[in-house]
Design a protein around this ligand. Structure first.
Ligand SMILES: O=C(O)c1ccccc1NCC(=O)[C@H](O)[C@H](O)COP(=O)(O)O
Length: 211
């Protein structure tokens, strides 16, 4: 069985990048959404991305961004994976011909199968809670809303932490998990101990599923 990938989102400081990499994260998220408390400038994002070793992926998070913003981010960080977290259409996402994650805001009645079909070129569908402000709200959604099989890899997010990620991985069996609020000391400031505990909990979930 393959291991569950881990993305730590909303990093703003070098120390947090080091904590995420040191704990075994597969990807880090850089928020290019100026209304977010975790937003980073282009220059800051590029500095943080430069700290990543090979095989750890920088992911740029965008909410209804103008194409010029995405172009600048790609110019500054050429290996950037895109994460669309707003109201982007399949055409908005596909036009970049780049790997991307598409966030789905889960709420009762939301048709994830139709969504995943429309965004069939996405590398993965990131399922998050429906919150004001689009994301990063630290809110868990009802995992039973997820259909038993989705035609894309699923990234489970929304209010995850070391305390609930084992249940999340065992119940949903996602391809990856994504966390922001649950590993923070304050908004935009990560906590190295919480990052370590989160990554260890994901490994424990993988171990429990392999026995
Ligand atoms: O982090 C933000 O402030 C943010 C703002 C707008 C859209 C998305 C945002 N963050 C997304 C994430 O950090 C995660 O992909 C996901 O929403 C999980 O966040 P959390 O519930 O805080 O763990």
């Amino acid at each position: 069985m393959s291991r569950t990938r881990i993305k730590i989102c909303g990093l703003t400081r070098e120390a947090d990048v080091e904590a995420a990499v040191g704990a075994g994260a597969d990807a880090i998220g850089l928020v290019f959404y100026e209304k977010s408390p975790r937003a980073v400038s282009l220059e800051r994002a590029a500095e943080l991305a430069r700290r990543l070793p090979p095989f750890v992926t920088p992911v740029g998070l965008f909410v209804n961004a103008a194409p010029a913003v995405i172009e600048s981010a790609l110019a500054a960080i050429p290996n950037l994976t895109l994460q669309f977290h707003g109201d982007e259409t399949p055409e908005d996402c596909d036009r970049w011909a780049r790997p991307y994650l598409r966030a789905a805001r889960m709420a009762p009645g939301f048709d994830l199968l139709d969504f995943a079909t429309r965004f069939s070129r996405a590398q993965a569908v990131l399922v998050d809670a429906f919150v004001d402000g689009y994301g990063g709200g630290g809110k868990v959604f009802d995992w039973s809303l997820l259909p038993p099989s989705v035609p894309s890899p699923v990234v489970l997010s929304g209010g995850l932490s070391a305390a609930n990620v084992i249940d999340g991985v065992r119940q949903v069996r996602p391809w990856a998990v994504d966390v922001s609020s649950g590993v923070e000391a304050a908004k935009g400031l990560k906590d190295a101990v919480k990052i370590r505990q989160f990554c260890d909990a994901v490994r424990e979930a993988d171990r429990l599923m392999s026995v």
